[in-house]
Design a protein around this ligand. Structure first.
Ligand code: HMG
Length: 388
């Protein structure tokens, strides 16, 4: 019996800022963004959306297909927590109408935790193959204004059903892990934006890739040349291209730079116009690969490198299942991306500066988001979510 990803769907906000606008205001050559970091647009949430609404919007199409009763566990990965105590997944559980007998939990380790969720979900399904586990990753990437990280902001959520005999990607049990206590990127409880040592973070990312890959090689018989495609954690698309060249060099690969680019190219398309979505980022990269690769991916091996600052990293492998194309949500995803609205720099500042009330009063949020679920108010310290 194989275990893996049976369905995958993502959601991102209706709003984006074209980095051309940011480049003009910051007096930076736009090619630093378009080419240097490989980003074109950055998504940002409307005031009436957050990790819960994005997550529910990502997951709803899966639940519509498989039915609410069939999900036994929800694992919610995020580093944009809205509560220190209650899991964001419990709100999503209600919005999706899941069974009262379904367990729900939230996981955190920077951008890595969705991968931990997937591995735990695979273990649960291996033990009880009739169960379906819903893994959701949802985040808003925020940095201080006028910092190097600013242009890499973004937001998004991805929802995946983990089942036995999956219809999209079988996940192999062998993994390579690497953990080290480092301060490359972190967000203390009193801050709404991340602190980051940008250059250092890129070095630690590459070091973790080497270490996780070497550990993977002790567990798996697969070698670099057995993989046709690679999905990397995507803080910005150039990071994946650099990482892939780094891994190729470590393995003395004889593939040309063009061939190496082709092995990651299709995973980058959505991230380039959404931005970093932390926990969701690598898995939106997987959707991008499955939906945009011109060749049939049936039977192809995909290498995954998941990285979360702080840091925890994991390399694992998967294989695309025959007939996967029938189960994608490509048309809906592409329509959602095409319907987004560009905002001006002033509008970006308005969205950026939107603050969460702390006074316990009644604060309604007017409708600006376009998804099915929205945050209607924050009143008496309680978040009220509704379906539209
Ligand atoms: P920076 O330091 O301002 O950029 O920001 P730079 O000066 O290094 O330039 C970037 C690239 O653009 C360079 O190319 C330049 O040459 C090029 P490279 O040397 O890298 O090949 N460039 C140009 N290219 C064409 N035309 C031009 C031009 N000008 C310059 N005119 C930095 C870069 C990564 C520091 C910044 O974006 C940042 O701080 N980002 C946030 C942190 C981050 O994303 N780190 C990545 C690894 S950590 C991670 O992935 C985890 C994370 O997702 C969080 C989590 O786990 O929760 C972040």
């Amino acid at each position: 019996m194989s275990v893996g990803i049976d369905e995958i769907s993502f959601y991102t906000s209706n709003y984006f800022l074209d980095l051309q606008q940011l480049a003009e205001v910051r007096d930076i050559d736009v090619d630093k963004y378009y080419k240097g970091i490989g980003q074109e647009k950055m998504g940002m949430p409307a005031p009436d959306e957050d990790i819960v609404t994005m997550a529910a919007n990502a997951a709803y199409p899966l639940i519509e297909r498989v039915g609410a009763e069939s999900v036994s566990t929800v694992m919610f990965a995020t580093e944009t927590g809205i509560d220190q105590s209650k899991s964001a997944g419990v709100y999503v559980h209600r919005l999706l109408g899941l069974s009262a007998n379904c367990r729900v939990v939230e996981l955190k380790q920077a951008c890595y935790s969705a991968t931990a969720a997937i591995q735990m979900a695979c273990a649960l399904v291996a033990r009880q193959p009739e169960k379906r586990v819903l893994v959701i990753a949802s985040d808003v990437a925020r940095y201080d204004l006028d910092t190097p990280g600013e242009a890499t902001q973004g937001c998004g959520a991805v929802a995946m059903l983990i089942t036995a005999n999956p219809r999209l990607v079988e996940i192999d049990p062998e993994v390579g892990n690497y953990t080290e206590d480092v301060m490359d990127f972190w967000r203390p409880n009193y801050r709404s934006t991340a602190l980051v040592d940008g250059k250092y973070s890129t070095k630690i990312y590459l070091k973790s890739l080497k270490q996780a890959w070497e550990h993977f090689c002790t567990a798996s018989s697969l070698a670099f040349n057995d993989f046709q495609h690679f999905c990397y954690h995507l803080p910005f698309t150039r990071m994946a291209q650099k990482a892939h060249k780094h891994l190729a060099k470590l393995n003395q690969s004889e593939l040309s730079p063009e061939m190496l680019d082709l092995q990651v190219e299709d995973t980058l398309l959505y991230n380039r116009i959404i931005g970093n979505s932390y926990t969701a980022s690598m898995y939106i990269g997987l959707v991008s690969l499955l939906e945009n690769c011109k060749q049939n991916l049936e039977g192809k091996r995909v290498g995954f490198f998941s990285y979360g600052s702080g840091c925890v990293a994991e390399f694992f492998s998967g294989r695309v299942v025959a007939g996967y194309e029938q189960y994608l949500h490509s048309a809906r995803h592409q329509a959602m991306l095409a319907a987004r609205n560009a905002v001006s720099y002033e509008e970006y500042l308005r969205l950026y500066n939107e603050v969460e009330p702390t006074d316990g009063g009644v604060h309604e949020r007017r409708r600006e988001s376009t998804g099915r679920f929205r945050l209607a108010s924050i009143s008496h310290h309680k978040r009220e979510y509704v379906a539209c």
